[in-house]
Write a protein that binds this ligand. Sequence first.
Ligand code: FES
Length: 162
Amino acid sequence: MDKAETTSEADLVRICEIAAEYSQQKWALIPLVQKVQNEFGYIPPQAIPIIASTLRLFPSQVQGVISFYTQLYTEPRGKRIVRVCRGTACHVRGGKTILKLVKQHLSIEEGQTTPDLEYTLETVACIGVCALAPNIVIGKDTHGNMNPKKVARLFEDRKGGG
Ligand code: FES
């Protein structure tokens, strides 16, 4: 199923309500898209024309701003964001293998979200705890000294992938 199709009519009504708070205020594009994202976890593509017409902008202008900021998303994200450190210390201590294993357990590539919307996989630069390399972060929790067994334990509920 196309994830974009999951936006319901009620969601669209809510997006219109949020947009109406900033009616015709072009300067408010960033706060408006952030508010939509805070509420929905991402910016549904259907929100873009609504936001554009409310602020009297072109949809391409709204899309352009959303694409510019890496913290703005137009696809649903997982409940848990998994970040594998790709900093130097983690890299030399096997971070690449850890990333490969996490990909296998979740059956997704970097930048993707599992179809059940449980996990999104990302990589990050050094997270500042190099002594514990290799590290991964799940939500707000950092897991250090990762090895294949620990990765398997963290994702044991994902046996069979997906
Ligand atoms: S390189 Fe991974 S925590 Fe510093």
